[in-house]
Design a binder for this molecule. Structure first.
Ligand code: PLP
Length: 463
């Protein structure tokens, strides 16, 4: 054993570095409610501590962790604190963090049954549970990926394989050059990740038949072109600004009549299907061919949790094909068949833990509560005389003042308070404040606190 090995063996044995990490993590958790939602300037500047050339020698592990806590923790976003309303970032429920800690110690390579039987088993369970929550067709398979961007990539690659195969073209053999054309139908409000995915798959903006969307960002049914069997139709459960949902029922019926493929990007919105009072928003979504959804947004798993669900297992597996003599497949579920990655974190275990802990009732309650908090905010902001720009159907609230300039100033005022964080956006040409309620931590009191900040901010900026 060399000296380095000896040193690391000792660290593993005496556990003090893990104790240090635990102490710092607890201190972070205990302070989260009082923490700045966005780091102050001095705390951002303190990150300069990390600037150094790659050290030549090993260092003390406990000191490393202490310094990361000292300079790193204050430079984080208070994502898990209950008043962070930016970017549809979810929180993380406690059990999911606990399970992440344990499984980090396992350090499983989740690609094969042979490299992690437990990951393979819990992926299968998650697949079954997700199918039951979303009421998806029995043939549906799930792949556990890093997020919805990756899930969209998998879904669209599966669609491309399937549609081309039906036209007698094996893309895995022949590639894209000379392939029959696929008609891609997307609406103007398709998320950036869809546009990114299409580019990655070799489709430019000009290859897409763009459909107009209405004032809430929903695909306009009457503007949909006639569909045929070469069509890939891209719909959305939850517009990233307004939170609106497309008309899945009607569009899927049109698509299914001619054998077109419908993919639903449901990063945060697909979970509306798990809420008894909100499931009407996703009516008919089961008739699509593939669905992309995140665990790390609405479901509040830790980050690195997205899922592709696909009704055509062969299309998904073929599109993500993996071959190599050394890949030893088993009779059990081999996760790499359903994702682009080979080696991957056993990420589905946190998803399993979150669903197991909450149960279907808990998931229903959590998601319904996001909506209730959004409505509370809508009510309070309206009373303050602000304009609510969207129909608050789910967890998104878009707000504006009468003057564009004041809206921008109000965003700055609230952000600078560091007591809550919300972002800016534009909607139908108007500058808006964009609020996403997406954390289990957010309570009525947090919304009241936020409304007080708005009130103070309006006194300050509206003259
Ligand atoms: C509608 C929609 N699709 C896709 C994505 C991308 O998801 P991810 O960031 O998990 O890759 C988002 C992210 O906010 C989204 O809102």
């Amino acid at each position: 054993m060399n000296l380095l090995q000896q040193r690391m063996q000792d660290e593993l044995q005496n556990k003090s570095l893990f104790e240090q990490a635990k102490t710092n993590a607890y201190s972070y958790m205990n302070g989260i409610r009082k923490m700045d939602t966005f780091p102050s300037k001095p705390n951002l500047e303190n990150m300069a501590y990390f600037e150094e050339p790659l050290p030549k020698q090993t260092c003390n592990a406990i000191e490393l962790i202490e310094k990361l806590h000292e300079f790193g923790s204050p430079a984080t976003i208070a994502q898990t604190g209950g008043r962070y309303f930016g970017f549809i970032n979810g929180g993380a429920i406690p059990v999911s963090l606990g399970v992440k800690w344990l499984t980090d110690v396992w350090d499983q390579c989740g690609g094969l049954y042979l490299t992690s039987p437990i990951n393979s088993k819990l992926e299968s369970i998650c697949e079954d549970w997700l199918k039951s929550i979303f009421n998806l067709p029995p043939a549906t398979v799930a792949g556990f990926v890093s997020g919805t961007s990756m899930a969209n990539l998998c879904g669209l690659a599966a669609a491309r394989f399937h549609l081309l195969q039906k036209m007698g073209w094996d893309i895995n053999e022949k590639g894209l050059g000379g392939a029959p054309a696929i008609r891609i139908i997307a609406h103007e409000q398709a998320h950036a990740s869809i546009k990114k995915t299409l580019a990655l798959l070799g489709y430019g903006k000009k290859n897409i038949e763009w459909v107009a969307s209405d004032d809430q960002g929903r695909c306009m049914l009457e503007k949909l072109p006639p569909l045929d069997a070469s069509c890939l139709v891209l719909l959305q459960a939850g517009n990233a600004n307004t939170g609106s949902f497309d008309n899945f029922d009607a569009i899927c019926d049109l698509a299914n009549k001619v054998g077109a493929w419908v993919h639903i990007d449901g990063a945060f919105g697909l979970w509306a299907a798990a809420s008894t009072s909100l499931s009407y928003l996703t009516k008919g979504m089961q008739k699509a061919s593939s669905w992309a959804v995140d665990g790390h947004k609405t479901l509040n798993t830790p980050y690195d949790s997205g899922v592709i669900l696909c009704k055509y297992p062969k299309a998904l597996i073929s599109a993500l094909q993996a071959t190599g003599e050394y890949i030893l497949y088993s009779e059990q579920r081999d996760p790499l068949l359903y994702t682009p990655e080979l080696s991957k974190r056993a990420r589905a275990i946190e998803l399993w833990a979150t669903m197991k802990y909450l149960g279907s009732d808990g998931i229903d309650t959590m998601i319904t509560t996001f909506h209730e908090r959004a409505k509370q905010l809508e009510y309070g902001l309206t009373k303050l005389g602000l304009e609510i720009v969207n129909e608050v159907v789910f967890n998104q609230v878009l707000v504006a003042t009468k003057k564009e300039k004041n809206t921008k100033e109000l965003i700055n005022y609230i952000q600078n308070s560091r007591e809550c964080w919300l972002g800016g956006s534009t909607w139908n040409g108007k500058t808006v404040i964009r609020i996403s309620i997406c954390s289990w931590m957010t309570t009525e009191k947090d919304i009241e606190h936020t409304l007080l900040l708005f009130e103070k901010g309006m006194e300050h900026v509206i003259t």
